[in-house]
Ligand binder design. Sequence first.
Ligand code: NDP
Length: 229
Amino acid sequence: MRYVITGASRGIGFEFVQQLLLRGDTVEAGVRSSEGARRLESLKHTAGNRLRIHELDVGDDASVRAFATNVCLSPVDVLINNAGVSGLWCALNDVDFADMARTFSVNALGPLRVTNAILPALRQGALRRVAHVTSRMGSLAANTDGGAYAYRVSKAALNMAVRTMSMDLRAEGVVTVLLHPGWVRTDMGGPDATLPATDSVRGMLRVIDGLNPEHSGRFFDYQGAEVPW
Ligand code: NDP
């Protein structure tokens, strides 16, 4: 199957690419920098032409359009919107609105930009699935300790966007879900996080593999348990 992954240079995105290539899938990987592209190049010796690396900044309309032009040359089975930033973790008095706007553009608008741009190729695909990597930090019900305004607000907005998108795409048979990866040891999750990226991604792929139309518009964790909104 043919997968598109955003934010593939490191962390959870890189692990998605590794695991998909290992099981024989084809991956169109979006990376923001040449350094990220070089890191992925190391996977090419085993994957050959099953891995294609593209420049992609999900916060930039022109970059997303150029990415889609390359990727939409063939059908896409699964899109994984993974790219994300943490924004500044500050208290109410220290909220930085420019940082909030940047974080919103990447975490909430980025997946919308990419999904819109890739839709023509998804419609041609056999599976028609879109998975969005969100966070429990965007859950209203799970928020018991405040703070992290930029991240929480952006992920809560993403959650609403995906819920809405699921209804708009239902008639076309496109299944779209939100996935919480757990607390994962990456640059974003930090060294104290409880999960290695390998386990998180293995779990999320199991969830994605098992999706059916009943699941569309729902919010699951990497073990397939439903997360409260
Ligand atoms: P990392 O910080 O390790 O990696 C983030 C990835 O996103 C990098 O590849 C980065 O690229 C890319 N990225 C950031 N901004 C952009 C952009 N504007 N355009 C394209 N790519 C971009 O984070 P994780 O791997 O931990 O996180 C992946 C996803 O999982 C995120 O959506 C995050 O919110 C979510 N998540 C993570 C958790 C955790 O515990 N780690 C918990 C809950 C959710 P570059 O290398 O160029 O910076």
